[in-house]
Design a protein around this ligand. Structure first.
Ligand SMILES: Cc1cc2nc3c(=O)[nH]c(=O)nc-3n(C[C@H](O)[C@H](O)[C@H](O)COP(=O)(O)OP(=O)(O)OC[C@H]3O[C@@H](n4cnc5c(N)ncnc54)[C@H](O)[C@@H]3O)c2cc1C
Length: 438
């Protein structure tokens, strides 16, 4: 079977890899000159299996209201005359209902736990190197009220087969001495033992190289702009190459893995995807003092900031801004991340050498990605991974490959599909269908 994958980010490259392993003839098309150059470029680096709870949870509306109007707020909602944004925000509020949060958390946890196993298997099979580091993630809590919720959080994780432990401030410093200066204000931490970190861009590049060796073709510098659809089937994918020459690519099946731009392409096919770009920022800073730098990855739960050690650098990332497809940096938000680093790990990294970056998370209101079939017989989705595209990459890629090749995907997850086999996905399927036909 010939499969065309649109997008060479984490979702696209992993889809291509597993499809090639399953015996498909695979082509990847991307508008960038290399793999992983958009949202998968400089993310927080965390494989965060221990954080399946989506942003949309019962406490979110009050938190968003509290932060409203603050330029440096972890979540900045700038209301625009943009129907897609309003629609997404309304759906986000609905997903904050306790029952929906519980269902979404379970779906993400199952896929994340599966994804971690697939990542480890892939790493062992290919030997690829991407500054990966095991040992887990420390979720830091500064208020006793937040810390009091940890036993319930841990029980939930354990129900999903995810290992963790609760640490008091002294135990936290014992496992991560780099946090010693934080001791007076630390209430404690949750140590996600199954978590790991790695450089997503290096991973995309290394896996694309392996995929190429396995026969996958990469058409880079090619932008998809439209589709030829005949009798409910994609017969051609229209592209412009780097010199603006138009061409048509053909395949038996097409995987849409274009991140935040997936809804714009799906709209050409009359399909509305509930994905909105949520902008986030990161800095990558050279480590000054190896001995004082954290060896575990950190998540500051109250400020929504993560920090990972990637080779000789620290990557600090966070903040969420709903401002449409706008990639111009907001200095206040970059500065908030710099301040976090200096406040939490003073003198550990060379701030004058910081590389600033921002990217658009392809976010569904529930943070549950869209993986599976559509009403167009040969169009498949692997997109909408929001805050967890690195965590969920390998599991999602393997699952879409299984679906396309007629295997039953392993994780208990609401895959989009027409029949009772994947019935949990029916609720989401209604969100991605429309009656426009061409
Ligand atoms: C600040 C920040 C921190 C994050 N931290 C983490 C983290 O610690 N852990 C985690 O799990 N996740 C994290 N994420 C989320 C994660 O990075 C994303 O979910 C993931 O990168 C999405 O991958 P993707 O392949 O879907 O999209 P992308 O990486 O954006 O790939 C989509 C590809 O499609 C291509 N494309 C788009 N339109 C077209 C077109 N018309 N024609 C051809 N090609 C096209 C693009 O060029 C791009 O290469 C973070 C995100 C941000 C912004």
């Amino acid at each position: 079977m010939e499969v065309l994958v649109i997008g060479a980010g984490l979702a696209g490259v992993t889809s291509a890899w597993y499809l090639a392993q399953a015996g498909c003839s695979v082509t990847v098309v991307d508008r960038q000159p290399g793999p992983g150059l958009e949202t998968s470029f400089a993310n927080g680096g965390q494989i965060s299996v221990s954080h399946p709870e989506p942003w949309a949870n019962p406490s979110a509306p009050a938190t968003v209201l509290r932060w409203l109007g603050r330029e440096d707020a972890p979540l900045l909602f700038r209301l625009r005359a943009d129907a897609a944004q309003w629609h997404w925000a309304a759906s986000f509020l609905r997903e904050c209902l306790p029952g929906r949060t519980a269902r979404n958390t379970a779906a993400i946890a199952h896929l994340a736990a599966y994804s971690r196993l697939e990542l480890r298997a892939l790493r062992a099979a290919t030997g690829i190197e991407y500054e990966s580091r095991e040992g887990g993630i420390l979720h830091l809590f500064e208020t006793p009220r937040e810390f009091a919720h940890l036993p319930a959080k841990l029980r939930l994780l354990q129900d999903f087969g995810i290992a963790g432990r609760i640490l008091d401030p002294d135990q936290t410093i014992a496992v991560e001495p780099a946090l010693a200066t934080l001791r007076p204000r630390l209430a404690g931490s949750l140590h996600g033992l199954d978590d790991e970190t790695g450089n997503a861009h290096l991973f995309c590049t290394a896996l694309a190289q392996k995929a190429q060796e396995a026969g996958v073709n990469f058409y880079l510098n090619n932008r998809v702009y439209d589709f030829d659809v005949v009798h409910g089937k994609i017969m051609g994918v229209r592209v412009f190459d780097g010199e603006n020459r138009a061409g048509v690519m053909r395949a038996d099946a097409v995987v849409l893995a274009a991140g935040s731009y997936s809804p714009l392409l799906a709209r050409q096919l009359g399909i509305e995807l509930p994905i909105y770009p949520v902008k986030g920022y990161s800095i990558t800073v050279p480590i000054l003092d190896e001995a004082r730098a954290p060896h575990l990855s950190l998540t500051d739960e109250s400020r929504r900031v993560v920090c990972s050690r990637l080779g000789s650098h620290l990557r600090v990332a966070g903040t969420a801004e709903l401002v449409g497809y706008n990639l111009s940096p907001n200095p206040a938000r970059g500065a908030a991340i710099m301040d976090w680093l200096e406040d939490h790990l003073p003198g550990v990294a060379d701030l004058s050498g910081a590389e600033h970056w921002c990217g658009l998370r392809p976010a569904t209101p529930s943070n549950v990605p869209l993986i599976g079939r559509t009403r167009i017989a040969n169009l498949f989705l692997n997109t909408g991974h929001g805050t967890l595209g690195w965590t969920l990459a390998c599991g999602s890629g393997k699952a879409i490959s299984d679906i396309i090749t007629g295997q039953r995907p392993k994780p208990d997850f609401p895959f989009l599909g027409p029949g009772p086999r994947w019935s949990p996905g029916r609720a989401q399927l209604s969100a991605v269908s429309s009656n426009k036909t061409r």
